[in-house]
Design a protein around this ligand. Structure first.
Ligand SMILES: Nc1ncnc2c1ncn2[C@@H]1O[C@H](COP(=O)(O)OP(=O)(O)OP(=O)(O)O)[C@@H](O)[C@H]1O
Ligand SMILES: [Mg+2]
Length: 268
C-alpha cells in the first residue's frame, strides 16, 4: 500500500483540491483509495460531503482507538472512502506538541495508525498549511509527498523550507525506523494562468525540481469552485475539461512512476 501526503506550508495552493481529485482519479484508474483528511478544517471531506462529514474521524482513532471501519465513510465514487478529521482533531494536534498523552512518541502515532490500514492500494493524506506536530507526524508515517505549487510570487521560498524538513525527517526515519527515505513523488503546478508571473514561477519550479514536476499544469478555473460547492470532485463533475484532464494525467503518472522510482528521486 502506498501512502502519500499532500503538503505545502503555504495556504490556498490547492492541497485539498489535489487530494480530492487524486483520490477520484486514482480510484477511476482502478486503485482503491482512502482519503485521510488530516486538516481540522475538513476541506477535503467537504469535497465529497458538501454538508460536512461526520464528527467521528481521525481524531477518534488517535484519541480513543476507534477502528477505521467505524470512522471512514464510503463516498458516491466507487473505490474512494474518506476518513474525516473528526471534531477533536485540532485538540489532538495540540496534544501532539506536548510531552504528555499524545505527545509521547508523537512522531510515530500516525505511522502506527497507518500500519493497521488494510484493504486499500493507496492512502492520500490532506494536510493543513501550518507546520503542526501532526503534520510532522504525518511525514514520519507516509512514504511519499506530493507538493502542489501555486505559481505566484515567492512560491519557491516556502517550498525550500518544506524540502529541508523533508530531508531532516527522511534522515531521522532511516536511522530510527525500518522505513526507507521519504520521497517527493511529484510536484504539481496548480492554478496556472497566462500571466507573466505564472509562467516565470513555473519555469523556476521546473528548473529547481526537474523531472519531479508533472508535465501538465492544472489551469486556474472557476469550475473547481463549482464542483467543490456540489461536493463532486472536478474529475467527475467536468471530466473532459482542462482541470480534470490535468489531474487525471498527473494521477496516472504518479501511479506509474511508483513508490520505488519516486525513492530514487528522493531528496537528501
Ligand atoms: N486550479 C484551480 N483554479 C481555480 N481555483 C482553484 C484551483 N484549485 C483550487 N482552487 C480553489 O482555491 C481555493 C483553495 O484551494 P484548496 O482548498 O485546494 O487549497 P489548500 O492548499 O488546501 O488550502 P488550505 O491551505 O487552506 O488548506 C478553493 O476555493 C479551491 O476551490
Ligand atoms: Mg486544504
Amino acid at each position: 500500500m502506498r501512502s502519500v501526503a499532500v503538503t505545502n506550508a503555504k495556504g490556498g495552493v490547492g492541497k485539498s483540491t489535489s487530494a480530492i481529485n487524486f483520490a477520484a482519479a486514482l480510484a477511476e484508474q482502478g486503485h482503491r483509495t482512502l482519503l485521510v483528511d488530516a486538516d481540522p478544517s475538513g476541506n477535503a471531506t467537504l469535497g465529497y460531503f458538501p454538508t460536512g462529514g461526520s464528527i467521528i474521524g481521525l481524531a477518534d482513532m488517535l484519541l480513543d482507538g476507534v477502528p477505521l471501519a467505524e470512522a471512514a465513510l464510503a463516498t458516491d465514487i466507487p473505490g474512494v472512502d474518506v476518513l474525516p478529521p473528526g471534531d477533536r482533531l485540532g485538540v489532538c494536534s495540540d496534544q501532539m506538541g506536548s510531552s504528555q498523552g499524545l505527545g509521547q512518541g508523537r512522531e510515530f502515532r500516525i505511522r502506527r495508525l497507518l500500519k493497521g490500514v488494510i484493504g486499500y492500494d493507496l492512502v492520500i493524506l490532506d494536510t493543513s498549511p501550518v507546520q503542526t506536530p501532526l503534520n510532522v507526524a504525518i511525514l514520519y508515517a507516509v512514504s511519499e509527498v506530493l507538493i502542489p505549487i501555486d505559481p505566484c510570487v515567492a512560491a519557491l521560498a516556502g517550498v525550500r523550507a518544506l524540502e529541508v524538513l523533508i530531508r531532516n525527517v527522511s534522515e531521522f526515519r532511516q536511522e530510527f525506523t525500518d522505513s526507507g527515505p521519504l520521497a517527493i513523488s511529484g510536484v504539481l503546478i496548480t492554478r496556472a494562468d497566462r500571466t507573466l508571473v505564472s509562467r516565470q514561477v513555473e519555469a523556476e519550479v521546473r528548473a529547481y525540481f526537474g523531472p519531479l514536476v508533472y508535465q501538465r499544469v492544472v489551469p486556474a478555473s472557476v469550475k473547481f469552485r463549482e464542483a467543490y460547492a456540489r461536493g463532486i470532485p472536478l474529475v467527475k463533475y467536468d471530466p473532459y475539461g482542462g482541470g480534470a484532464q490535468a489531474y487525471l494525467e498527473a494521477a496516472e503518472v504518479f501511479w506509474n512512476r511508483g513508490a520505488d522510482s519516486a525513492n530514487q528521486l528522493a531528496v537528501g
